[in-house]
Write a protein that binds this ligand. Structure first.
Ligand SMILES: [Ca+2]
Ligand SMILES: [Ca+2]
Ligand SMILES: [Ca+2]
Length: 414
């Protein structure tokens, strides 16, 4: 209990701390950060009812969410236990990153072997030497597996050069949900106020020029091996490979098995097609590999239902499957974005945003108990999930991720 008291005292000096009393429950504490847009982060703290929020920080457009109180991952109570650690490394696989974002830059991973000065006084990150001999030259924040260079930036490719910033919300949202700097008076709070996010770029707009991107599984496999070899414990990949060859699938699966041996847990979104991905005709990868170091995430709405919506004459929504989908999380997250080349914030959704919620909570759990194995971490997250009737028979644990319960469980194992 001593450790808890210390954490709480430190937090009191840093943030607003107040007691909330629920009927029939003991008073419980919540930590609310000072980030100005935290008030729109209903996916972290859902008061229920009709909730007015904005869709974006630039050109605000109000939207009203119809919510049921308590449908959230209880992150504000989890923060009484931990707000994260720079020691926990989360690798993010995506198609290019805006790492200079005002609310992300402080939580980007720095490769210790490629930072500081070399023997001749030159910065290791730009000296053209593979200082840590990991096979990658000047890989200070990760790697660009699309262009095979050390800069995992978010530029479009016109066939010859990279010259225009890509307004690509997907990767920026994933980073912000997992680890936007918290309680810094800027923007939003990530699930981890402090964390190290390794940037692994596996594709870019323009690659393949509209043809099938057959090299994507190979790039992803390399990125997964890189993450496992360079200290990541969690990988977030809000994506899938389309129409892979059997050889490409085997290569990808082997990389994930390798990562599993190094205790790396892959968090992946279940996909947004509204399909039962236990049916072989709907299999999607990496979500459907039968590996115990993969955690596949469905998306739920603010009333606790599996997301389902009509698009034209088709029904879309969260993919599901008792075998291949493990847990659920809220998908609509107000988080970091890039707009007109500048740091911005907006509402993002889809299983691409539900996945990072679980990845963020996995990292937060490791900040409390770093020596959990990948399998133990997956089991802990599933065992502590909040059961919801809508998820029975749809996802393996029948529940939505619960950060507070996960961190309590991790703490009790210390
Ligand atoms: Ca290197
Ligand atoms: Ca170097
Ligand atoms: Ca912030």
């Amino acid at each position: 209990m001593k450790k808890i008291a210390t954490v709480v005292v430190i937090l009191i000096s840093a943030v607003t701390l107040f007691a909330a009393i629920y009927s029939g429950q003991a008073p419980s504490r919540r930590v609310v950060p000072n980030d100005p847009f935290f008030r729109f982060q209903v996916s972290f703290l859902n008061p229920g009812g009709q909730i007015p929020i904005e869709r974006a920080s630039i050109k605000p457009s109000p939207v009203s969410l119809d919510a049921a109180a308590g449908i959230d991952p209880d992150i504000t109570r989890a923060w009484t236990i931990s707000t994260g650690s720079r020691k926990v490394v989360v690798a993010v696989l995506d198609d290019g990153f805006f790492y200079n974002h005002e609310d992300l830059a402080g939580n980007i991973w720095t490769n210790p072997g490629e930072s500081g000065l070399d023997a001749t006084g030159h910065p290791k990150e730009t000296n053209g030497i593979d200082d840590d001999q990991n096979g990658y030259v000047d890989d200070v924040m990760g790697w660009d597996f699309a262009f095979d260079d050390p800069d995992p930036d978010c530029y479009v490719f016109d066939g010859k050069r990279r010259d225009r910033i890509q307004p690509y919300w997907h990767s920026i949202a994933a980073l912000g949900i997992i680890g936007a700097r918290g309680n810094n008076g800027i923007g939003v709070a990530g699930i981890n106020w402090d964390v190290s996010m390794m940037l692994l770029k596996i594709g870019a707009q323009g690659i393949g020029n509209g043809e099938k991107d057959t090299a994507r599984p190979g790039r992803a496999a390399k990125a997964i091996r890189y993450a496992a070899d360079n200290g990541a414990r969690v990988i977030n990949w809000s994506g899938f490979v389309s129409d892979p060859t059997p050889e490409a699938l085997a290569e990808l699966k082997a990389a994930l098995e390798y990562a599993g041996k190094k205790n790396v847990l892959l968090i992946v979104g279940a996909g947004n097609n509204g399909l039962d991905i236990d049916r072989p005709e709907n299999f999607t990868y990496p979500a459907c590999f039968p590996l115990d170091n993969i955690l596949t995430v469905a998306m739920i709405d603010f009333k606790g239902g599996l997301v389902r919506y009509q698009a034209g004459d088709r029904w879309l929504g969260s993919n599901y499957g008792l075998q291949n989908v493990d847990i659920a999380a809220l998908d609509e997250n107000f988080t970091t974005n890039l707009q007109n080349g500048r740091s911005a914030y907006r509402l993002g959704g889809g299983t691409s945003c539900a996945g990072p919620v679980v990845a963020g909570i996995a990292a937060l759990t490791l900040s409390v108990k770093p020596d959990l194995s990948a399998v133990e971490l997956k089991k802990l997250l599933m065992d502590t999930a909040t059961r919801l009737p809508s998820l029975e028979g749809k996802v393996a644990c029948g529940g939505m991720v619960n950060a507070y319960k996960a961190l309590q469980a991790a703490r009790s194992m210390r």
